[in-house]
Design a protein around this ligand. Structure first.
Ligand code: BGC
Length: 414
């Protein structure tokens, strides 16, 4: 029998007879607060409610989730963890090792997750063989977004190499357009940096440098070139970039103040929420070079007391991976479903390109975890890298000094 059939007459009758009915409830910590994100998480809230659940929202603003993770730590330390938490990558296993995650294997097995999720995604959702997180989507990080009219008015095509990007940016700057919309927050600097590492170094170099943390790769000439390109990009952002939120940078592209943004496809969620059409109002292309940087959002359930809360966790986990939610949520969010059996006919050209490239790069061995979005490394290591990347971007540090600091920071982060 379906253990989630809360609303069926027979279940209610039995429950009424025994007068114990678990009414699913969940406090959900997440960082989806921008226009497109809020629209997306509302899909889950509605599905949860229409299945009898009571949702207590705990949104923690701050792109990339740094503030949300700080809030999570405080709650867990206080012995009062939220029931469900937006959590991803190796942080899932880090929390598991602290002994605070609930095992959701019974839901995963009943729902056949292993049959509908790619092995690479399923791997991130497991902790010592048990299922400890539910995947929501696949975001691609290595994207360039552009204002179609601004490019056309300046006779510019979407760049396919970093040289073309720089040439286009020079031309735009001369025409008085801000070439690159950027928000000076460490995670956004890291997002741009990893696309440059992939583009200039190629997928194997990315793997060595930002996944394996190979000291030779970190101090190589290639990494020097990466920092040179970061310095060049710094010259293409406007004076007011410091501290700007990512969605405000997206708005600059939307309204034609800036031409490009380098950002994961949650930026597409913003364009769509504002009624903009891909291929008409805005353009998408992968950042120059081969490969695909993936970022899978997921929810982990924390150990909580009470049948209502446990029922809420089970219901949430079930809904998150179910086909309807995976479709509707991702149509809003800008990402593609984590499940492989959801048809993409209703998805736009950018989503279809993402799915096609994900398949091709998976076959070619160039499907890589995003370091900037917590898919590749443990927190202490990714934090050490980001500190150097952001220090370089916000100073006149030379590329040679940056690679040395990078290698030192990584060596000290273990
Ligand atoms: C998350 C996205 C989110 C973005 C901006 C990323 O790390 O994976 O879901 O939209 O940060 O907050």
């Amino acid at each position: 029998m379906n253990r989630f059939a809360f609303a069926t007459v027979s279940t209610l009758a039995v429950a009424a007879a025994s007068s114990v009915v678990a009414e699913p409830q969940a406090e959900v910590l997440h960082w989806w607060t921008s226009g497109g994100e809020a629209k997306s998480v509302a899909v889950l809230q509605e599905e949860f409610a229409s299945n009898g659940g009571t949702w207590t929202d705990m949104p923690v603003a701050g792109g990339g989730g740094d503030a949300a993770m700080t809030a999570l730590r405080a709650r867990v330390l206080a012995g009062n963890a939220p029931a469900a938490v937006q959590l991803k990558g190796p942080a899932i296993q880090e929390w598991y090792e602290e002994g605070v995650l609930a095992d959701i294997s019974s839901v995963a097995e009943a729902e056949g997750w292993a049959e509908v999720l790619p092995a690479s995604i399923a791997g991130h959702m497991k902790c010592e063989g048990t299922w400890c997180a539910a995947p929501v989507n696949v975001h691609r990080v290595d994207w360039i977004w552009a204002n179609a009219d601004v490019l056309a008015a300046n006779g510019i095509e979407m760049p396919t190499t970093w040289e073309e990007f720089n040439a286009a940016a020079d031309k735009l700057q001369a025409a008085g357009v801000i070439p690159l919309a950027h928000g000076g927050q460490a995670w956004q600097d890291a997002t741009v940096f990893e696309t440059v590492v992939l583009g200039i170094g190629g997928p194997e170099f990315f793997q060595k440098a930002l996944v394996d943390l190979d000291p030779e790769a970190l101090t190589s000439d290639t990494m020097v070139q990466v920092f040179d390109q970061m310095r060049t990009l710094r010259g293409y952002v406007d004076e007011n970039f410091s501290g700007r939120d990512w969605n405000l940078a997206t708005a600059m592209v939307m309204n034609g103040e800036a031409a490009f943004q380098i950002m994961g496809d949650w930026a597409k969620g913003e364009f769509l929420a504002a009624g903009k059409k891909p291929g008409e109002d805005f353009l998408c292309a992968s950042t120059p070079g081969d490969g695909y940087l993936y970022n899978v959002d997921s929810f982990a359930m924390f150990d909580v007391e009470g049948d209502d809360k446990k029922a809420g966790q089970d219901l949430l986990a079930k809904l998150i991976v179910a086909p309807n939610f995976q479709k509707v949520f991702n149509l809003n969010k800008g990402s593609i479903p984590a499940r492989t059996d959801v048809a993409l006919d209703d998805f736009d050209i950018c989503a279809n390109l993402s799915a096609k490239d994900m398949g091709a790069t998976s076959d070619a061995g160039s499907l890589l975890p995003s370091y900037a979005h917590g898919m590749a490394l443990r927190g202490s290591q990714s934090g050490a890298i980001t500190d150097v990347v952001t220090a370089h971007f916000n100073s006149d540090m030379s590329s040679a000094d940056a690679v040395q600091q990078l290698a030192d920071a990584v060596a000290n982060s273990y």
